[in-house]
Write a protein that binds this ligand. Structure first.
Ligand SMILES: Cc1cc2nc3c(=O)[nH]c(=O)nc-3n(C[C@H](O)[C@H](O)[C@H](O)COP(=O)(O)OP(=O)(O)OC[C@H]3O[C@@H](n4cnc5c(N)ncnc54)[C@H](O)[C@@H]3O)c2cc1C
Length: 475
């Protein structure tokens, strides 16, 4: 008999598990079994959930078996790609986790500049295959991020101004529905589903295959980071804002207010102190790029300048060591139309105020625009295309200790930007899943259309561990 208590995960009966194992090629990992403790972990160490089962799917057939099993047992389903959901959506208490991490194959068609990737691949795996042909598409700034969650939520990366969001490059997808049926979404087939997958998140089913458009990139680009002292934050922010205004699409950049890591390339006396970091990717002719990035190297007196020619695949992994799994994390974000002087001072003040808090508080300002802004807002479910800036307020502590104070700081910092027009959140950069916040992330007509697609593919809201779109009610 199945049992469930509030303290322990639901335990499924032996016979139930044995029957499921006959239908799965990949491991079925239940509470108490070897590997369960590891299998229930996700990137964000603040998340501590106990699923009834983790199913490490070997392919589409396993996904279908897993969905059908969850349905027959009346269990909710969490979908896991790269496990980087900051809100912890890729795990759950007492439900089934469909872990796609073993489904990571990427097949490249260099002639037609297309890549077909399984739904559990990470950007590291994707870039490795595509860069062998000098090709790429917009991918995450941290290479361990999954292509699945990243693309379905939009996808802002080093190529966003040159080649658009990751979801703009999604040409087609294969998805297992809540009924366990495999469907295809493309411009010609279930076009409404493709529209919804381009920004509507993991709401509609388990995406087992994603087909992307590729572009010639690198293999060497001009990229890297320049570090400045924290006391120069307002000057650096204003200089960055002015230098990047009207920049060619080849330039994608962000400026971050952070705490200096104990890295050998930074002077020892700034370790642990507040710093400013400018991140750059120039995906065009290198000599031309040197001229464009020149002002970004002179926003104040640099502490270190690590900007230069670099393989695109290496740039994609450059900041990985700063975002390893296991720490407690919280992100909250907003799109912004303007960055007037008082807004920059507010950000710099918040950054300095975080000095009293344990561990790391970060404020990132991404430059958007370019190709991303040239797609019509209604063309995809991702609709925040006109705002030139995106801020991400990040709180991180090594353990749960001090996490609440850092999270409160991140929320307060975001709120302090509302008077400067800080608007909708970016669903990928948020640790929240409340219904009102998700609704507010989309224009009303976009949300209504998403709800209709949701009602078609997942009317019972079986896939609800995500920035959840409620299925539209019939009639
Ligand atoms: C360190 C770090 C760096 C990041 N950098 C960036 C960045 O540069 N740009 C950016 O835009 N975002 C970035 N993000 C946010 C990231 O895009 C989202 O957290 C995204 O959801 C992660 O995808 P994942 O597959 O790794 O996550 P998971 O936790 O596995 O999944 C997250 C969500 O996506 C759904 N999902 C995942 N795969 C599938 C699938 N195959 N089918 C259906 N649903 C699926 C899940 O149901 C879940 O709701 C970053 C996050 C972290 C933690």
């Amino acid at each position: 008999m199945d049992t469930m208590t509030s303290e322990s995960p639901r335990v499924l009966g032996e016979a139930t598990l044995a029957e499921l194992r006959t239908r799965m090629l990949g491991p079925v990992i239940a509470p108490g079994e070897d590997g369960y403790e590891n299998a229930r972990q996700v990137w964000n160490g603040a998340i501590d959930k106990h699923p009834a089962l983790v199913l490490r799917c070997s392919g589409v057939a396993d996904v279908i078996s897993g969905v059908q099993f969850a349905c027959s047992e009346g269990l909710p389903v969490a979908i896991r790609g790269g496990a980087h959901s900051v809100a912890g959506f890729s795990t759950c208490d007492n439900g089934v986790v469909l872990d796609l991490s073993a489904m990571a194959a990427v097949r490249v068609d260099p002639r037609n500049r297309r890549a077909l990737a399984q739904g559990g691949a990470t950007w590291r795996q994707f870039d490795h295959e595509t860069q062998a042909h000098g090709l790429a598409t917009t991918g995450g700034l941290v290479s361990s991020t999954g292509i699945g969650g990243f693309t379905l939520g939009g996808g802002v990366g080093h190529l966003v101004r040159k080649h658009g969001l990751a979801c703009d490059n999604l040409l087609s997808a294969e998805m297992v529905t809540a009924e366990g049926e495999l469907v295809r979404a493309s411009e010609d087939q279930n076009a409404d589903l493709l529209w919804a997958l381009r920004g509507g998140g993991g709401n509609f089913g388990v995406v087992t295959g994603l087909e992307f458009a590729l572009h010639p990139v690198g293999p060497v680009v001009l990229g890297g980071v320049v570090f400045y002292p924290g006391q120069d934050a307002v000057q650096a922010l204003a200089g960055w804002r002015d230098a990047v205004s009207g920049a060619p699409d080849e330039l994608t950049t962000l400026i971050a207010l952070m705490t200096a890591p104990p890295a050998p390339f930074l002077p020892e006396d700034v370790h642990g102190k507040k710093i400013v970091v400018v991140s750059v990717c120039w995906a065009g002719p290198l000599e031309e790029g040197e001229e464009v990035v020149r002002p970004l190297r002179a926003l104040a007196t640099p502490l270190a300048d690590l900007l230069g020619p670099i393989p695109y695949a290496a740039l994609q992994q450059l900041i990985d060591p700063m975002y390893e799994a296991g720490a407690a994390n919280y992100f909250t974000s907003a799109f912004l139309d303007e960055l007037p002087g008082p807004a920059l001072e507010t950000l710099a003040d918040a950054h300095q105020r975080s000095a009293g808090l344990p561990a790391s508080c970060e404020l990132h300002v991404h430059l958007l625009g370019g190709a991303m802004a040239r797609t019509a807002p209604g063309a995809t479910a991702f609709s925040q295309r006109q705002a030139p800036y995106l801020i991400n307020c990040i709180a991180r502590t090594p353990t749960a200790e001090g996490f609440e104070a850092n999270r409160a700081w991140a929320r307060a910092t975001r709120d302090s930007m509302v008077r400067f027009g800080a608007g909708q959140m970016y669903v990928n950069f948020t640790g929240e899943g409340d219904e009102d916040k998700v609704r507010a992330s989309y224009p009303a007509e976009t949300y209504a259309r998403l709800a209709a697609v949701k009602a078609h593919y997942d009317p019972a809201n079986r896939f609800r561990f995500n920035q959840n779109i409620r299925p539209a009610q019939a009639g």
